[in-house]
Design a protein around this ligand. Structure first.
Ligand code: THU
Length: 126
């Protein structure tokens, strides 16, 4: 599936976000190496650090279904172009190769593509 279609799916997922505290909606569409798409939204909590980002929701859904190899993730947010937080970058580092793509934009016509290596240089991996 192409990035513009995936961005539309990520945008739709923003409606599912549970964000009573920040009101900042994020949606994600994660693609496995065999082409399956898993979606995610951010889910906040009254105890703020318990919040899970849209990206980690999507990864958790995929991994818990047995998918552990990933090609790319497309992210949409109510604030426009959004890049993963530090915790999500480290989460990705566990499962993704250096060339894993992170894609975001203000809309489907302004998508920017970065690799995990670019957003987390010299990341930690055992
Ligand atoms: N958030 C995400 O879901 N993904 C990102 O890439 C950045 C931040 C969420 C966490 C929290 O619910 C809200 O956005 C504001 O930080």
């Amino acid at each position: 599936m192409d990035n513009r279609q995936l961005f539309k799916i990520a945008e739709e997922m923003m409606d599912k976000a549970y964000v009573p505290y920040s009101k900042f909606h994020v949606g994600a569409a994660l693609v496995t190496k065999d082409g399956k798409v898993f979606t995610g939204c951010n889910i906040e909590n009254a105890s703020y650090p318990v919040t899970i980002c849209a990206e980690r929701t999507a990864f958790s859904k995929a991994i818990s279904e047995g998918y552990t190899k990933f090609e790319k993730i497309v992210i949409a947010s109510s604030g426009g172009k959004a890049w993963p937080c530090g915790m999500c970058r480290q989460f990705m580092m566990e499962f993704c190769d250096d060339d894993f793509q992170i894609i975001s934009g203000d809309d489907e016509n302004s998508l920017e593509v970065l690799t995990l290596k670019e957003i987390l240089p010299r990341g930690f991996k055992l």
